[in-house]
Design a protein. Structure first.
Length: 97
């Protein structure tokens, strides 16, 4: 799983970019942390599972959003974002995501 997360995250130049990760499972959380480590400006992870979101917070993911309760568009201004995301990493494996 770590190899998949690293490979996916490093497929893009993330330095200074705003990154959205959908899916706070093991690979999604690791991908978000890799993005932070390589210098992404803002990293946001979304999910609908409160246990996974709590784990993402505890492991240090910058911004965690419960997509069942909040809309990204409403959260973005509060974290200093005025435009959309530069890179999106779909890590949930769920069609609705």
């Amino acid at each position: 799983p770590l190899g998949n997360a690293v490979h996916t995250a490093l497929s893009f130049d993330l330095v200074g970019e705003d990154v959205l990760v959908t899916g706070a499972g093991p690979i999604g959380i690791m991908g978000a942390l890799v993005a932070q480590c390589v210098g992404a400006r803002k990293v946001v992870i979304t999910d609908i599972n409160p246990v996974r979101l709590d784990l993402a917070r505890k492991l240090g993911v910058q911004h965690v959003v419960d997509a069942s309760k909040e809309k990204l568009r409403d959260v973005m201004p509060s974290i200093g974002m005025t435009e959309g995301f530069d890179v999106g990493l779909e890590m949930s494996g769920a069609a609705p995501a």
